[in-house]
Design a protein around this ligand. Structure first.
Ligand code: UD1
Length: 388
């Protein structure tokens, strides 16, 4: 059986690592049955291309170098999807796989699943069934189209199974396998725990943000990330958040913020970068490697983020998470469902109120079923045992 797995952007890399490990493991254990070895090809679309957004993850997570890199890079959504389709079609024509495996909800996921389906290649979607019901999110469109086309939909939780059934997906196509990202978290937890926070800060501070800072005694801190267009592309929404951070939150606790390239660009465009940089308790870092970020998450007092993946990781690490969005495709992480995440959108008063609430009150997360570090095995088994 020939499988092509596709990765494109940062949140894909931690999900593919355990899947590839599982394929290697399978082939080792089936080497006596040559006719049933899995032939695996890894395609990187190149949507994320910086060392810090891509290469560092391959290295830290032991992902073999991609067999094929499509070199797509930045651009509008139509550009990214269109050029990925054109290039991926050539790969399919040459390689003629039985399956393609796509992950998550990035532009590469959408582009490759559409291209594969048009070539009659079976599509397996890992992390199927998540829904924010917000059609202004590019990721929601990517999720809907990919799930509509997929032959095998592997879901991280039971809510996602229900979403798919409600949309009329044939239940034989759906398998509840758990959260593959947690495989990577568990595989790297010990390594992360051994890291040293001042060293992480020292080696990742933006050169222009590093003067006169004392970070040797930081033990309690807020961990912050922001990258969604809905938060960072609109000055009237971003400015009040930055004001809140610099006029109140950073006076309570140091803020460590690994800055996504899109957020950095917009903070500079809107003249907000200096305001952050000048606060002595704000530490602006380059995008971090997986294990460094995991270490910070393990130790953070509070997370402020608009990332879906971090919401999930907080749930396993029991880090209170203020989610700077008005909806989530991952309701299983919400406090009302036993998780640690609270939706605070961009309402400054709500962010403040929840910040002081989680500083005062402890919440204990319930880890969802099958978020146990063993999901990749269930994914591969579902593909191998697939019956039309
Ligand atoms: C993408 C995903 C999003 C995911 C996020 C995580 C889509 C629609 N969005 O958003 O779901 O949560 O990745 O990181 O696929 N850039 C660099 N270096 C890089 C990559 C990007 O500088 O390696 C810059 C580019 O200038 C670009 C901007 O960052 O303009 C945004 O990159 P883009 O690929 O459009 O998507 P993300 O916002 O990162």
């Amino acid at each position: 059986m020939k499988i092509i797995s596709v990765v494109g952007a940062r949140p894909n890399f931690m999900k593919i690592a355990p899947f590839i490990r599982e394929i290697t493991h399978y082939n080792k254990n089936h080497s006596n049955y040559n006719n049933y070895l899995l032939d695996h090809i890894l395609v990187h679309t190149g949507q994320h291309y910086d060392d810090r957004m891509s290469k560092s993850f391959f290295k830290a997570l032991d992902i073999p170098e991609a067999n094929i890199n499509l070199g797509i890079g930045s651009g509008s959504h139509a550009y990214q999807v269109g050029t990925t389709m054109i290039e991926f079609e050539k790969v399919l024509e040459k390689e003629k796989p039985d399956w393609i495996v796509v992950l998550g909800d990035v532009n590469s996921t959408l582009a490759c699943s559409v291209t594969a389906k048009k070539q009659n290649v079976k599509v397996c979607h890992i992390e199927a069934g998540l829904r924010s019901n917000d059609m202004t999110m590019p990721e929601e469109i990517n999720r809907l189209v990919t799930d509509r086309l997929s032959d095998l939909l592997l879901t991280p939780d039971e809510i996602s199974v229900k979403n798919l059934l409600n949309e009329g997906v044939d239940k034989r196509k759906i398998k509840f396998v758990g959260n593959i990202m947690i495989d990577t978290l568990e595989a790297n937890r010990k390594k992360a725990e051994a890291l040293n926070i001042p060293e992480i800060i020292e080696s990742n501070l933006f050169k222009d943000g590093s003067y006169n800072r004392n970070y040797n005694n930081i033990d309690e801190f807020v961990l912050m990330t922001l990258h969604r267009p809905s938060n960072v592309d609109d000055k009237s929404l971003l400015m009040p958040i930055i004001d809140l951070l610099t006029s109140e939150i950073a006076d309570q606790l140091p803020i460590i913020w690994p800055v996504h390239p899109r957020a950095k660009k917009q903070l500079e465009n809107f003249g907000l970068w200096e305001q952050l940089r000048n606060h002595k308790n704000v530490f602006l870092l380059e995008p971090l490697g997986y294990i460094e970020m995991l270490k910070l998450n393990i130790n953070a007092r509070v997370m402020l983020t608009d990332s879906g993946g971090l919401q999930e990781e907080c749930n396993v690490l029991n880090t209170p998470c203020l989610t700077l969005r008005w909806n989530t495709e991952r309701p299983v992480t919400l406090r009302e469902n036993g998780g640690v995440s609270v939706l605070v959108g961009n309402d400054i008063n709500l962010i403040k109120r929840e910040f002081y609430n989680v500083m005062k009150n402890k919440y204990k997360a319930r880890v969802p079923e099958f978020w146990d570090g063993q999901t990749a095995g269930r994914c591969l088994k579902s593909i191998i045992e697939y019956k039309q």
